[in-house]
Design a binder for this molecule. Structure first.
Ligand SMILES: O=c1ccn([C@@H]2O[C@H](COP(=O)(O)OP(=O)(O)O[C@H]3OC[C@@H](O)[C@H](O)[C@H]3O)[C@@H](O)[C@H]2O)c(=O)[nH]1
Length: 461
């Protein structure tokens, strides 16, 4: 009896040790491969450089004689070069082959996502998932262990924002415009697709209206067919230029239906109306988030909204441009707070619209000074023409979110802006590097290709 017990005990020890040794071996194997790939890439680069040097020399020699290298006076030297070039090319081919083999056997690394079993794991569609807010939501839901399907037409979204998930078994990226119907099976839909920066949504107003009307009908129709719950990303712009301050969800708004912002304001208002029509008539479960001004990393350099504009101008030591008198106010929330709010709203039983925003309010000119101080440059403020129909005051009343979702923003403006400044600082370094490597015809400099915006009135501060 004792011998059997001892035998089983040893068996267990042996199996455990074998298991641990296998894991350690796999990790070591991957590490060795990754190092080898790096080293090989390094040598391939060196050989490439050498071969380029030979090619340059050959073409120079060809250029000084019409008859090609064999007719050159320095024939011996050219022959050697041709031989060296062939040798280098052969070496490159071998190294490239080896790199390919190694890369094929090295597994890609992803962040550690939570494991959910088939009962708790959901299939979640995010329209506009490659955009600024959408991609942060993707990160959150992927980390929670769900299957995430991103649909984007890449008008303002970028593959770069979600590329760290490409290849993960829980992730799928579909290039599709939701103005056309989509047939897939999902449990939840976050409908975020729409340009959100005034400059972008005014660029093609008809398309903005189509996305927020036809696109929303397509998503509500999909939700109806497959029984999914759908969250519509609405906006504080449904309140227009508000006459009630701060704005509660019960306020009906003050919108110019034929102004330049109408494509977005009215588009989102129709989007809300459609949601509640589908809820009443077709029993679709809808959630509506009215999103206030949001900022954070992954905003586009050409976003055109106030946070990215001011930070970039301050980082480049350019004047900070305020549209109008600068007394107009906004309240800014950091993107991670918004994502938390969206996820809580989707999970809640509350189906009426909910404001998601940070109630700390700033006059735009004070906001400009805050950013300049944080960046530390010496940009001065200049004032240009006011934007037509620009809302003069905006601040959310978040009583409903606090009560129904137990949600409120956590990230202070100071913290959030520091992270965003850091992000844009890195973006500037990246773009200056790619500018250096960009092909430029001699007669056209980059400054001529992308003239900076002109400002009409100037007041130094
Ligand atoms: O360079 C700039 C940019 C903007 N501004 C001003 O800063 C304020 C904020 O402008 P933004 O362009 O960032 O955004 P807006 O608040 O007008 O619209 C935003 O509202 C909420 C969201 O739903 C949308 O992201 C967007 O429509 C405006 O008063 C604008 O005139 C400047 O003074 N200078």
């Amino acid at each position: 009896m004792f011998r059997i017990y001892n035998g089983v005990k040893w068996m267990k020890i042996i199996i455990c040790s074998a298991f641990c040794a296998t894991i350690a071996l796999c990790v070591y194997h991957n590490w060795v491969h990754a190092r080898e790939v790096d080293m090989l890439e390094d040598s391939a680069l060196k050989v490439h450089r050498k071969s380029r040097h030979y090619r340059d020399e050959l073409s120079y020699q060809e250029s000084i004689t019409d008859g090609g290298p064999e007719n050159l006076p320095g024939k011996m030297k050219t022959d050697e070069n041709i031989l060296d070039l062939e040798e280098a090319k052969k070496k490159i081919r071998e190294l490239e082959m080896r790199i390919k083999q190694l890369e094929g056997s090295t597994t890609r690394r992803f962040p550690d996502v939570k494991f959910l079993n088939y009962r708790t794991r959901k299939r979640i569609l995010i329209t506009g998932g490659a955009g600024f807010v959408g991609s942060h939501l993707v990160d959150q839901l992927m980390m929670e262990g769900h299957e995430v399907i991103v649909v984007d037409n890449f008008f303002t979204g970028r593959k770069r924002n979600v590329e760290h998930w490409i290849g993960h078994e829980n992730f799928e990226l579909i290039h599709h415009d939701i103005v056309n119907p989509l047939f897939i099976e999902v449990d939840e839909i976050y409908h975020l697709a729409s340009p959100a920066s005034p400059q972008h949504y005014m660029f093609n107003p008809v398309k903005t209206i189509k996305t927020n009307t036809v696109g929303t009908i397509n998503m509500l129709g999909l939700a109806k067919r497959v029984g999914a719950r759908v969250l519509i990303a609405s906006t504080s712009e449904v309140y227009g230029d508000p006459e009630v301050h701060p704005q509660p969800e019960t306020y009906w708004g003050h919108v110019n239906p034929i102004g330049p912002r109408a494509c977005y304001d009215e588009g989102k208002r129709v989007s809300e109306s459609l949601s509640y029509a589908y809820a009443k008539q077709e029993k679709v479960q809808v959630r509506v988030a009215r999103i206030f001004n949001t900022y954070g990393p992954r905003m586009h350099m050409n976003d055109g909204r106030v946070v990215s504009n001011f930070i970039l101008q301050a980082l480049r030591n350019e004047p900070i441009t305020i549209y109008g008198h600068g007394e107009q106010t906004r309240s800014f929330q950091y993107v991670s707070d918004l994502v938390e709010g969206l996820v809580s709203l989707m999970a809640s039983n509350y189906s009426m619209p909910v404001n998601l925003g940070n109630p700390v309010e700033y006059a735009i000119k004070d906001f400009a000074i805050k950013i300049r101080d944080l960046v530390g440059g010496n940009s001065h403020l200049i004032y240009s023409d006011a934007v037509e129909d620009d809302p003069q005051r905006r601040r959310p009343n978040i009583t409903v979110a606090r009560k129904q979702l137990n949600w409120q923003p956590k990230v202070s403006l100071q913290q959030g802006l520091k992270r965003t400044i850091d992000f844009f600082h890195k973006e500037l370094l990246r773009s200056s590097h790619s500018n250096r490597n960009m092909f430029q015809p001699p007669e056209m400099s980059l400054d001529n290709a992308f003239p900076s915006e002109k400002v009409s009135k100037t007041v130094a501060n």
